[in-house]
Design a protein around this ligand. Structure first.
Ligand code: 5GP
Ligand code: MN
Length: 322
């Protein structure tokens, strides 16, 4: 599957890799591991993201630095690679200008419905994570090129995109890949778990406690919602980055098949995060009603309007799938 991608990418002299806006463990892990692969195979590489790197993942930057792109930077490269997203707008304003350069744009990703603009696309919706795909890229080319830094980066993305290997996207092959990364990188699962999950500031837990209080059931307990307001951010001295992982809590309520996190952002919009744990409820379709998207079981979108209207409209659209 990677043959064409590998041979084409390695013919360039200088490539830039972009990860998606509001970066997470999977896009950053993919970006770092892929940048190391490109560099190890003799191609100059730079890595870009328009947004800040979450504090619990800044250790990734020890092996690859990730810069904020400027429009003029695009001139320096022969080609571009997008990881963990399949639509240019997920990568920000500078990335959206890539097409105008007429240079090849590659993509490695696991979201449904990719744009058709990509060169030798690697698009595998069944993959647990983009990092699992990057592992297979190494495996098809030369698996011995996986060093400790690349192994940790890929393992990070696999852990974070699978809810610590709990989601049904996890297959035996996912575990084989993760085990191989642990062996090659000579680290234990606990090392990454501690970096990611045991470094929460207290204020984030205070915010969580306020948010948990808002969990509400809808449609006879089939849906649950959780709400985070600007006032909660103010009271706890937190911001939108501190809500990572909150969406799993309403999903853990007995009987709930799907949930929505509603977050008031400082730009006046409501950020929606949708999760399903039922084959009957497709949150990708659900989010597309609000110009968003994602996967069948995890998707996101933005809503223009008040929180109360968002809750009413989003639940009503979801109820049509029942
Ligand atoms: P989250 O709820 O964690 O922000 O995102 C869950 C999934 O939905 C991610 O895989 C992400 O790619 C996708 N997603 C989140 N927000 C958006 C959005 O605004 N538009 C689209 N197309 N996908 C989104
Ligand atoms: Mn991902």
């Amino acid at each position: 599957m990677f043959k064409e991608f590998i041979s084409k990418v390695l013919q360039h002299d200088n490539v830039a890799i972009f990860s998606h806006l509001r970066p997470d463990g999977d896009c950053l892990g993919s970006q770092v591991a892929l940048a190391l692969w490109v560099k190890n195979n003799g191609v100059e590489v730079s890595a870009y993201n328009e947004d800040a790197i979450p504090e619990n993942m800044t250790w990734l930057l020890n092996s690859v630095s990730i810069k904020k792109p400027r429009p003029a930077d695009l001139e320096n490269y022969d080609a571009f690679i997008l990881v963990d997203g399949n639509a240019l707008h997920r990568f920000g304003g500078v990335a959206e200008q890539i097409l105008k350069t007429d240079k090849p744009v590659y993509m490695i990703d696991h979201h449904p419905d990719p744009d058709d603009i990509f060169e030798a696309p690697v698009s595998v919706v069944s993959a647990s994570s983009t990092c699992e795909l990057i592992y297979h890229l190494y495996a098809e080319h030369d698996v011995d090129q996986i060093d400790a830094e690349a192994a940790k980066a890929m393992y990070l993305g696999m852990v974070t995109d699978t809810g610590s290997f709990q989601f049904d996207s996890v297959k035996p092959a996912t575990m084989h890949a993760a085990a191989d990364l642990l062996e090659r990188g000579r680290f234990t699962p606990n090392l990454i778990a501690e970096k990611i999950y045991s470094s929460r500031p207290l204020r984030q837990l205070k915010l969580l406690s306020q948010a948990l209080d808002t969990i509400t059931l809808h449609e006879n307990g089939v849906f649950a919602s959780i709400t985070i307001t600007q006032e909660m951010f103010r009271l706890t001295d937190t911001s939108s980055e501190d809500t990572e992982g909150f969406v799993q809590y309403p999903l853990s309520v007995e009987g709930v098949k799907a949930c929505i996190l509603f977050r008031e952002d400082d730009n006046g919009r409501i950020k929606l995060s949708l999760r399903s744990q039922s084959d009957d409820i497709d949150v990708n379709k659900w989010a597309r009603n609000f110009n968003g998207g994602g996967h069948q079981k995890a998707a996101g979108a933005h809503y223009e309007g008040t929180l109360a209207d968002a809750i009413k409209d989003v639940i009503a659209v979801g109820a049509e799938q029942l």
